[in-house]
Ligand binder design. Sequence first.
Ligand code: GDP
Length: 319
Amino acid sequence: MTQPLFDLAGARVFVAGDRGMVGSAIVRRLASEKCRILTAERDLVDLRRQAAVDDWFSKNDPDVLVIAAAKVGGIHANNTMPIEFLYDNLMIEANLIHAAAAAGVRKLLFLGSSCIYPREAPQPMREDALLTGPLEPTNEWYAVAKIAGIKLVEAYRRQNGADFVSVMPTNLFGPRDNYHSKHSHVPAALIRRFHEAMAARAPHVVVWGSGAPRREFLYVDDLADACIFVLKNYSGDGFLNIGTGTDVTIAEFARLVATATGFKGEIVFDTSRPDGAPRKLLDVSKLHALGWRHKTELHEALALTYRDFLAGGGRNQAE
Ligand code: GDP
């Protein structure tokens, strides 16, 4: 392997959002790098307040910042809590990026989301599809905040020459996912629902929407590996998509979850629930060309995630 562009050895790496699914996976992955991992206690540092963030930076002096902190949630939460999805996310990212620049952070990685792309973007979605059309209305609050974050990263890069980069992960799942009955994304929602149906010996499981939307899913430990790869090996102007390059229908995905959990009953679709975007598949050719590919296939990732769920590793498993 050639020498990385950026050496993590000896660096003080601040992972903002370390208690979430993504941040905790990045912390797990960083354990095999020779760096020092820094985190901010959630109850002590409110990332929505610039003064609290500035204070944390002046006390801890990080070299690298990974922004995995965000207000996140599935289609229902996004639709019903527009203030949190817009305000909290704008403040968290603006405060962290601004503080990092002021503190002379040498490398910054901002995590966006595939929902930044227009609802009708050509599939698979290339990075240059950003801002070419209207957003999917069910998650536009989150998307607008994340687009602002990408632009802020670009602005610091352009105006100050900062080595700040952004990545756009596809739909994620894995250990420490949020299993909240109303706020979860489809992988956690279905793992929990199929598991509970098994326990109750229910004859069928209800899946929201028509089953026709297509989604690309990536195991969060693979995402974490991609983030470390990007930190070390990428320093370009444009952001990078992170995904597997393949998608499945929600109906196919539900069947995979049924297999992972052992559920053998019927799957029923509730078409009174929203479908959201018809398809979300990322074009990952830029990342593949750099030399990174995912390792964990979907069925294997679902089995690992279900094991974590059974061990009580998920958040809000009872809410
Ligand atoms: P999205 O990718 O931003 O739309 O986020 P979600 O993960 O919340 O939803 C993905 C797709 O899965 C949508 O078409 C949902 O309607 C569908 N879906 C099916 N059952 C569920 C469920 O129980 N919870 C959620 N959140 N989505 C579901």
